[in-house]
Design a protein around this ligand. Structure first.
Ligand code: UFG
Length: 340
């Protein structure tokens, strides 16, 4: 039986991946410092799966605590989600982001190496492509360090670079870099979902909070982009599909592939206005919106070429935009105040 250590397992993607892992028969050990998540998630995960999750409230910055966990548990592989991820906040407190995301990852990797656990799935992002020259985006597109305009995105590039160097020096590692596009939706039970602190930065949780009456109106950041309706186009992927992509990646790592890189997206882009329209259909309410200034650092269009993951992992996103909005609404309407 494989024991998977999930860092950041109480977060949005981490919690859904933990459910998928448990359902696939893995044992899961979660480490989370709970700075941006709630311990209640664990009860919900156990309610959905009827299985136990081992939990350590620890910070990856605490190398000793991490080592103690490795001494207690027989860990086979690690899925590393734990990170700070707010783009605008990262521009205000870059050092906190570099310390948390980079130092935390270095501590994790050192502990893995010391304990001879060399199987890792890393939570990367389409943000590493910066402003791509064309779409759809394939994995062989350049990593665009120069067009990534924020420290958060840079931490993803820096960690990918570190992992490539580590693999070059020691080919006994097996590492999957998963570049996520825009994860939305929620588990269909409505028990777990996205639960940002404060006013959401991302489109979907913002729209959901307008629908539930907590926020007044969606600001659409720009309607003069080079897209069919002028608003930004993104590749939204259901978080449960994304979670299932991690199971496929773990299976791949068992075949000793070395370092592999995959986009996890659907290959289809939707505009901001299309998302609002689809969410209105899901919740049966009108969502007020107004056109606002462009947000700094945003690009026109971003969507994946998902072929490599399909061919090499057998991964294909199954849930469409209607399901993404319906599930996000079920979570939001059942839990208007999040996990409390
Ligand atoms: N948008 C609005 N109003 C809002 C929020 C967003 O109009 O209140 C627009 C944005 O301008 C963009 C689209 O909705 O066109 C999506 O914006 P998000 O903030 O939801 O997502 P981003 O594509 O900007 O970024 C997300 C993650 C990043 C990740 C990136 C990968 O936040 O961490 O996807 O593609 F790196």
């Amino acid at each position: 039986m494989s024991n998977i250590l999930v860092t950041g397992g109480c977060g949005f993607i981490g919690s859904h991946t933990t459910v998928s892992l448990l359902e696939a028969g893995y044992n899961v050990i979660v480490i989370d410092n709970l700075v941006n998540s709630s311990k209640k998630v664990l009860e919900r995960i156990e309610k959905i799966t009827k299985k136990n999750v081992k939990f350590y409230q620890e910070d990856l910055l605490d190398g000793k605590a991490l080592n103690d966990i490795y001494e207690k548990e027989e860990i086979t592989s690690v899925i590393h989600f734990a990170a700070l991820k707010a783009v605008s906040e990262s521009c205000e407190i870059p050092l906190v982001y570099f310390n948390n995301n980079i130092t935390g990852t270095i501590n994790l990797l050192k502990t893995m190496e010391r304990n001879n656990v060399k199987s890792l799935v890393f939570s990367s992002s389409a943000t590493v492509y910066g402003k791509p020259a064309t779409v759809p985006i394939s994995e062989d597109f350049p990593i665009a360090a120069l067009t990534v305009s924020n420290p958060y995105g840079r931490t993803k590039i820096m960690i990918e670079d570190m992992l490539r160097d580590i693999y070059k020096a020691d080919s006994t590692w097996n590492i999957a870099l998963l570049r996520y596009f825009n994860p939305i939706g929620a588990h269909e039970s409505g028990e777990i979902g996205e639960n940002p602190n404060g006013i959401p930065n991302n489109l979907l949780p913002y729209v959901a909070k307008v629908a539930v009456g907590e926020l007044e109106c969606v600001n659409v950041y720009g309607d003069d982009y080079d897209t069919p309706d002028g608003t930004g186009v993104r590749d939204y992927i259901h978080v449960v599909d994304l979670a299932e992509g991690h199971i496929k990646a773990l299976e791949k790592l068992k075949t000793n592939p070395g370092l592999v890189t995959y986009n996890l997206g659907t290959g289809t882009g939707y505009s901001v206005l299309e998302i609002i329209k689809n969410f209105e259909k899901a919740c049966g309410k009108k969502i007020p919106y107004k056109i606002a200034e462009r947000r700094k650092g945003d690009i026109d269009t971003c969507y994946a070429n998902p072929e490599k993951a399909r061919l090499e992992l057998g991964f294909e996103a199954k849930r469409g935009i209607d399901k993404m909005c319906e599930d996000a609404w079920r979570w939001q309407s059942k839990n208007p105040k999040g996990y409390c």
